[in-house]
Ligand binder design. Structure first.
Ligand code: FE
Length: 231
């Protein structure tokens, strides 16, 4: 059997064929470690803030790709068996070895949480979160302004965040590419994806308009509050 033929049969992927080719069986099992989470809402449910076409591409293609890449990168390395959070921290501490792992592990974590940080129509801001924001930023309006500005000004691809630092204070920051506040010893509470794939279909170059619309209309503040309570 030629390699090409074996490759075709492996990608065809029936259990019988995998069983007959152990080398591929290992890959087939490994591919199930990291999976694309299903959404709690339809692709069109975040409209008009985020359109269905964006969601189909963003969730169905981009986010799926990070999980798929991770399944190729982690098995068989010393990172296998670690939590995703620990993989991100380990990779960030040794970028010379693990930059590609950091990119994909960060993006898998970021997107898995991003879908839960959003909800159609948004929620109200729970009182405990509101108080903490007012205490650490002065007012909700000041926090909102910082989040929109810092997120939209991230140079190139990346994320804007509300996080809690290791002194327990809420902070707003942005991170490049697939990085997130875990890399800086902080706990991410809310992330705004500012990669072009997150907004370009709907907003073209108007990134700040996209960020403001997300923050004002579709954030699941109850989920953010739950993350704060568990931080
Ligand atoms: Fe994204």
């Amino acid at each position: 059997m030629s390699l090409t033929r074996r490759g075709f049969l492996a990608s065809a992927g029936s259990g019988l064929l995998v069983a007959a080719a152990p080398a591929f069986a290992k890959k087939a099992n490994a591919a199930e470690i990291y999976t694309l989470p299903s959404l709690d809402y339809s692709h069109s449910a975040l409209e008009p803030v985020i359109g269905a076409e964006t969601m189909e591409l963003h969730h169905g293609k981009h986010a799926a790709g990070y999980a798929r890449n991770l399944n190729k990168l982690i098995p068989g390395t010393s990172l296998e068996g670690q939590s995703l959070e620990d993989i991100i921290k380990t990779a960030a501490a040794d970028r010379g070895t693990y930059q590609t792992v950091l990119n994909n592990a960060g993006q898998h974590w970021n997107h898995t949480e991003f879908w839960k940080m959003l909800v159609p129509g948004g929620t109200g801001v729970p009182g405990s979160l509101q108080k903490k924001i007012e205490s650490d930023f002065g007012s909700f309006e000041e926090f909102r302004e910082q989040l929109v500005n810092v997120s939209s000004k991230q140079f190139g691809s990346g994320w804007g965040w509300l996080a809690i630092d290791n002194s327990g204070k809420l902070v707003v920051l942005s991170t490049p590419n697939g990085e997130n506040p875990l890399v800086h010893d902080m706990v991410p509470l809310l992330g705004i994806d500012v990669w072009e794939h997150a907004y370009y279909v709907d907003y073209r170059n108007r990134r700040k308009e996209y960020v403001a619309a997300v923050v004002d209309s579709i954030v699941n503040w109850e989920y953010v509050n739950a993350r704060l309570a568990n931080a």
